[in-house]
Design a protein around this ligand. Sequence first.
Ligand SMILES: [Zn+2]
Length: 240
Amino acid sequence: MFELETDQDLRRFVGNHASALRRSTRRHSEWAADEIEACVWDRMRGHRCGLAICPRCARDTRLRLLNWAESAPHSEAALVTSYLKSVAFGDLCGADLERLKRNFRQQLVRGGVGMKALGGIETAWEAATSSWLIHAHHIALDLQPEDRSRLKDVAKSLSRPRAIKVQPIKEGELDYTATYCLKLGLMVSSRSNAKSRRNFRIRMPSAPATELAEFLAGHGPDDFLFPIGFRRRGASIELA
Ligand SMILES: [Zn+2]
């Protein structure tokens, strides 16, 4: 199986995440920095912090997505990347994830798209405009031709050009594509380094990194998981 972050990786990331939080002026951030360090270093004997900024807790959610992608039967797997919203620097923590998901699902329903897909919500830092591009990456394991063309129609109805992009997932690339859908880190990632089967990561400038850390610290990792077309069992989603 494709290897997710090792324990060594988690310890490397947590230092970076905690220092981003410690630069923040929000009161919650200092507490969150202590929580994620205690969680990754297991200082509380099995206590888990449950914060999306925690590399250890984030790994669990990333693993759920990966397990689903690897265990579900598939024929025409595709990566669907969708634009959700742009947010100015300073406003990221006000973004309402549930509302973004609901709005996008409604757009798909209105466009007659019946795909079943699992993915995640991410924020890309746009240095040129000092803003965040909130977007979603989804894996659709069996994307029907009619859904493919309906997705194009939905994309045309959205305000931004190329608002939805559909790319085929090649044999053997499903596992690392699943980990690309939901990264929950402070690095800027790119899928371009396909040969090494590792997502290429570079560091983000410190002011946006701090804002992203604050945003992630205000949520659990599952809040960023974005299922489309799954059944719900109470408050949780049935991934099987
Ligand atoms: Zn944790």
